[in-house]
Design a protein around this ligand. Structure first.
Ligand SMILES: [Zn+2]
Ligand SMILES: [Zn+2]
Length: 153
């Protein structure tokens, strides 16, 4: 029996979440993990009940889509909404976090960032993570094949 490695399991969850993304510019997923438990997840999309980029097109200002809330932000906000501590947690993201998310990650007390793909890795974000002693590590996502068997009678 082949058990999936923890890193790959959380990274798979983030990639699954990314499939829910509504922004056509980039599909990102984020999973927050504490004590080996998934405590929150997010993907980049509009505010709850808002129109979707996938329906109306992106709302682009200065080459950024301003409609969406990033996956990392959504995961952290989910913790705020339901009162779940993020202190000393880890976050698994499909893409290297942007500067805004970097700062939110640091302020939320998250201590480790695992990312699958580099994405415009901002030097200031790299610097801030270092300064805040947040460990940043690239985890290549190997992909998963779901092989579930249904018992036939
Ligand atoms: Zn968009
Ligand atoms: Zn971001």
């Amino acid at each position: 029996m082949n058990r999936i490695e923890w890193n790959q399991y959380y990274m798979a969850q983030s990639h699954l979440l990314a499939l829910r993304s509504t922004c056509t510019r980039l599909a990102v997923g984020a999973t927050i993990v504490r004590d080996k438990r998934i405590i929150a997840g997010g993907y980049n999309g509009s505010i709850a009940g808002g129109v979707h980029c996938s329906d109306e097109g992106c709302y682009v200002i200065d080459n950024h889509c301003v409609r969406t809330i990033h996956a990392e932000m959504n995961a952290i906000i989910q913790c705020a909404k339901f009162g779940v501590p993020t202190e000393s947690a880890e976050i698994y993201v499909t893409h290297f976090p942007c500067l805004q998310c970097c700062k939110a990650i640091i302020q939320s007390g998250i201590k480790t960032v695992y990312y699958a793909a580099s994405y415009k890795n901002h030097p200031y974000a790299v610097e801030l993570f270092e300064q805040a002693n947040v460990k940043v590590e690239q985890v290549e996502f190997e992909g998963i094949v779901l092989n579930t068997t249904v018992n036939e009678k």
